[in-house]
Design a protein around this ligand. Structure first.
Ligand code: APR
Length: 254
């Protein structure tokens, strides 16, 4: 494979102290987790509004609870791919390195990354909508299985929901503010495996370049963001990121 980074990118990486990364479903595709908007994506099979909204959960609790339980069991068996592991290694090359992920699969943490901001939540976590008591995936499953109606209820009587951000819901204020602070201060910003269609996540790379960051996109194809990038690396992130790690090591050790 020819070198990924051009001279401008090499210079910017050599001088970078703060790096921020936005990841989307594409980085987990090579781990076997379907994306949302690709041809075989989740939203081509299910209606997001019928399964990923509070209204859907409140009106069809058992169906939505079952859907998340099924997705969680798939994800629990899933392992990070070389792209996740490469990012965990690239993190060690910079003074400040933060991953802002839209993914709820926990694979960055499984791969050993440390500074992770899960802006859409985490499918393994659950909480009661009334008293906010937290429930693990295992606790949720036990309550779900033992409930005749498969309606997961807290001891206080409230419904237990996945700790993920649904369509129409606001992202946790502190979480998204922290993500924008990282984007504003980044010397280099990577957008990896995201269609860059869902706000406010898709505003992060724009905020980064507006504040002087060098923007690199890794994706299988062009996205809404591509026209704004300084460097576009097209291909599977599971192949590109390990190569990128090697090139970064060469730049920082030469
Ligand atoms: N390597 C790199 N990019 C990939 C790969 C891969 N192996 N496979 C797919 N992609 C790219 C696709 O080209 C697409 O641009 O990943 C992107 C996936 O886009 P989406 O399916 O829209 O997923 P994402 O951008 O994460 O969606 C954002 O939308 O439905 C909500 O909450 C959901 O967090 C999600 C948000």
């Amino acid at each position: 494979m020819s070198e990924l980074l051009n001279n401008q990118a090499k210079e910017r990486i050599y001088g970078a102290r703060k790096v921020a990364v936005l990841t989307g479903a594409g980085i987990s595709a090579e781990s076997g987790i379907p994306t949302f908007r690709d041809t075989d994506g989740l939203w081509t099979k299910f209606s997001p509004m019928e399964l990923s909204s509070f209204e859907a959960f409140y009106n069809n609790t058992a169906i939505v609870a079952e859907w998340y339980k099924k997705r969680r069991h798939i994800i629990e068996e899933t392992m990070p791919n070389p792209g996740h592991y490469a990012l965990a290694e690239i993190e060690k090359k910079f003074q400040y390195f933060d991953i802002i992920t839209q993914n709820i699969d926990g694979l960055h943490s499984k791969a050993g990354s440390n500074n992770i901001i899960e802006i859409h939540g985490n499918i393994m976590k659950n909480y009661c909508i009334d008293c906010k008591k937290k429930y693990s995936a295992k606790e949720f499953d036990t309550i779900y299985e033992t409930s005749v109606s498969h309606i997961p209820r807290c001891n206080c009587g409230g419904l237990i929901r996945p700790d993920v951000v649904w369509f129409g819901e606001l992202l946790p204020k502190q979480t998204i503010e922290k993500a924008f602070q990282k984007a504003e201060k980044a010397d280099i910003f990577f957008s990896i495996g995201t269609s860059a269609m869902v706000r406010p996540a898709s505003d992060l790379p724009i905020t980064a370049i507006q504040n002087g960051a060098f923007l690199i996109e890794i994706n299988m194809k062009q996205t809404h963001l591509s026209d704004y990038t300084h460097l576009q690396l097209n291909g599977p992130s599971g192949k590109i990121l390990p190569q990128l790690l090697k090139e970064i090591e060469k730049i920082l050790h030469d």
